[in-house]
Design a protein around this ligand. Sequence first.
Ligand SMILES: [Cu+2]
Length: 183
Amino acid sequence: MKALNAIVLSILLLSFVSTNLVSADVSEETVITVDSTNLRFSPSDVTIQEGDSVRFFWSGELLPHNAVAEDGTFDSGDPAREVDYTFMFDLGTNGTYEFVCEPHESAGMVGTITVEPAPVLNESDNVENESPLDSEEIQGDSSSIHFDAIYLVILLIIVYFVGRSRGGKNLDLSNQDNTDQEE
Ligand SMILES: [Cu+2]
């Protein structure tokens, strides 16, 4: 039984460690576009973390737009009907960034990006060296689903073993060989 507990514990530990590593390394991309009124950013208010990027992306718009931070941190360039501009908020950029569409600021086409400090685990000095990973990690949703599935499997395994050891005591391994190995 001790061996079984050790196995379960180590599976749990491994899964926590790997999940923490993944969530710390994921560089997420938030897309801001223009809504159907053509005079609003969508979404106009976003909250991200240091290391994440914001992508201003629209095409085929009736009116030309741009996105310019009021403090000059980023600038998508001249207003255009097609824009695909990505800005990454590096370590140390936490804060609040107001931005406007210059031609339509007076019409209320403004937004706010809130950048929260990076999580403690994040060794983001390496962020730029991790571009091979980033391409996978941009599909953040599918990978988190993947990890939820792993948790589910681990949970099922634990439930199976606990139920089995309580119910049947059929675990041949647990009573025989393991005493030798537990030093
Ligand atoms: Cu605009």
